[in-house]
Design a protein around this ligand. Structure first.
Ligand SMILES: Nc1ncnc2c1ncn2[C@@H]1O[C@H](COP(=O)(O)OP(=O)(O)OP(=O)(O)O)[C@@H](O)[C@H]1O
Length: 585
């Protein structure tokens, strides 16, 4: 019970934050809407007791006025509550978005428990019933139902005290049982979030572009449809609670009381009970039944919305404990970036992806990292950009520990091209200058990345949306997208970023574009602290120094020539690739 009231309180504060005017209007119309039928019941009683006298006339007009008032109140109430509901939903979604983006790292986005909580944002898009904003509507049902019941009991009790009390008890019992059953149902409803996510995943796979090619080539359609349906049915089994019989028993008890009261009125009407009073009692009994129906309907909806509201609060609270920004401001590295005995394992992973790693990245020079798949190269970059925190060891920039540094200031020093950079369905300009106000260096960045001719050929140049899913939009090839990513990073460098991270910058490039990248590599990275991860030795050999990673540790380090002379893992990998190319040519 206390939990429910806390939920109502939380919702009221939210509604007030969303719009004080709409909150006041909603509450006023709510009360008017509940009071009008009771006023009408009393007025009808007065009409009946005065007919055929002319004094019945004002009461007849009052009956009409009460119905008119209710009609107006319902209309206004529905409009105000709908507007308030949408504002509350938007506010909650915004708060959740802010909370999800607040932690400095991305570990919470790969943790199933956090994802289940965060998923509440998606769920409310899917199911209108669960949206907390609906409380603006459903609370009216709860309040209306209660007011109608109590008002009806007062009217009945005036002439039939025993039946009035019986009606109150039966009505409250029915409302209580509905509430308990609804609470169980609502809690069940939210128990299946993991399976819901899975169901949604199958659906998205089937209807969105990323997997469309593989689905068709490998004939995955029937498999996906089967999995989708099975997963949906399982999720429904989990969310629908076994039905309790108690609300039905309580509803039958209420019906019996109403029937008994009607019988009693019929027995005494015209005798001990005046016709007018009898009419008011009959009308009040009907109002009480309508109240019970409204209570029952709104109970489940209210509990569903309250449960969702609690889940929003849980999600936001769980993220509040993850570290956010603040701390020493780190500028451009002057001497070095240093990794000292750094270890890190992914949450849910099988072991350390990086293990007691020692590495010095000299400032203003380029360092290439090579190693087999899974050696820990990308993980190193994620640790450097503080997407994750090391489980032990320290990463420092000119002796300032990154763990205690202000992450936003540090990230403003970074520019990166990731293996699969995000393809923003935004304009070409936004894709390159995203988040930065200056557009002065746009063309220079595009030229340096070798994408200037593609941009120039776009229907609306820099203003063309890079997505065929939007009007006037154009999609690019994998290699062109990679050049856009490169331009984004180079643009950031020209706007002050001092550390450039290139994770497989040539993976999608054709031979000519790749050759151009090597030719310009030293020029592009001159004076900038550059870390390049690549399996292509033609890129790697351009770097000032090279490290070889194996199972999360540095096993070799030196220049291209030094490492060839060492004749270790690097030399072996290099020879293998060189022989493949010479065989091919
Ligand atoms: N998000 C993740 N969750 C769990 N384990 C991960 C995650 N990302 C990477 N790993 C694991 O961490 C190890 C190192 O991965 P990492 O991506 O750093 O390798 P890499 O050297 O960049 O490989 P590649 O050359 O294939 O890109 C691998 O064993 C990988 O399976």
């Amino acid at each position: 019970m206390r939990q429910t009231w806390r939920g109502y309180g939380r919702f009221t504060r939210l509604a007030w934050r969303a719009s004080p005017a709409l909150t006041v209007l909603t509450v006023l119309m709510l009360v008017l809407n509940a009071a009008a039928p009771l006023g009408a019941a009393v007025a009808i009683g007065a009409v009946v007791s005065r007919v055929p006298s002319a004094s019945a006339m004002p009461w007849a007009i009052a009956v009409g006025a009460f119905f008119l008032l209710q009609w107006l109140a319902i209309g206004l109430y529905q409009a105000a509550a709908a507007a308030l509901a949408e504002r509350v939903n938007a506010l909650l979604q915004r708060d959740l978005m802010a909370a999800v983006m607040r932690p400095v790292g991305i570990g919470h986005l790969e943790d199933p428990a956090s994802l289940n909580l965060i998923n509440v944002g998606q769920e409310t898009f899917r199911s209108g019933w669960s949206r907390p904003g609906r409380l603006a509507r459903t609370l009216s049902g709860v309040l209306n139902g209660r007011l109608m019941l109590i008002g009806a009991c007062v009217i009945v009790a005036k002439s039939q005290p025993v039946w009035g009390i019986a009606l109150l008890l039966a009505g409250l019992w029915a409302a209580y049982e509905d509430k308990v059953a609804s609470r169980i149902e609502a809690n069940h409803h939210h128990s299946g979030t993991e399976i819901s996510r899975r169901t949604e995943y199958y659906y998205d796979l089937g209807v969105t572009p990323p997997a469309a090619k593989e689905i068709r080539i490998f004939g995955l359609g029937p498999y996906l449809l089967d999995r989708y349906l099975a997963s949906w049915n399982r999720s429904m089994d989990e969310v629908l609670a076994p039905t309790s019989r108690r609300p039905f028993v309580a509803a039958i008890a209420l019906g019996a009381v109403v029937l008994g009261a009607l019988g009693s009125v019929a027995g005494s009407a015209g005798g001990s009970l005046a016709a007018g009073a009898a009419m008011a009692v009959v009308q009040a009994l009907m109002v009480s039944l309508a109240g019970a129906r409204i209570t029952s309907w709104s109970s489940l909806q209210t509990e569903l919305a309250l449960a969702t509201l609690r889940r929003y609060d849980d999600a936001v609270a769980s993220l509040a404990s993850t570290p956010s920004s603040g701390g020493a401001v780190v500028g451009a590295p002057q001497r070095e970036i240093r990794f000292e005995r750094v270890s890190f394992g992914y949450p849910g992973g099988t072991g350390d992806a990086v293990h007691e790693l020692d590495l010095v990245v000299p400032a203003g020079r380029s360092l290439a990292i090579v190693g087999a798949n899974g050696a820990g190269k990308s993980t190193l970059v994620k640790l450097l950009s503080r997407m994750y925190e090391p489980s032990s060891g320290r990463i420092s920039v000119d002796d300032v520990d990154l763990a205690s540094a202000d992450v936003e200031a540090w990230r403003s020093q970074l520019a990166a091209v990731f293996q699969n950079s995000t393809r923003f369905a935004l304009t070409a300009q936004a894709n390159v200058s995203f988040g930065r106000v200056s557009t002065a260096n746009l063309d220079a960045a595009a030229k340096a990345a070798g994408i200037d001719d593609v941009i120039a050929a776009l229907p609306d140049g820099w203003n063309t949306p890079l997505s065929a899913e939007y009007d006037g939009g154009v999609d690019l090839s994998g290699g062109e997208w990679q050049k856009i990513g490169l331009a984004r990073a180079l643009y950031a460098v020209s706007n002050g970023a001092s550390v450039l991270i290139l994770d497989e910058p040539a993976a999608h490039l054709d031979a000519r574009a790749e050759a151009r990248l090597y030719e310009r590599f030293l020029e592009l990275t001159s004076g900038v602290t550059t870390i390049v991860i690549s399996h292509r030795f033609s890129t790697v050999r351009q770097a000032s120094s090279i490290v070889v990673l194996d199972q999360g540790r540095v096993v070799e380090q030196g220049t291209h020539e030094e490492l060839l002379a060492l004749d270790g893992a690097y030399a072996e990998m290099f020879r293998l690739q060189a022989s493949r190319f010479s065989e091919a040519s």
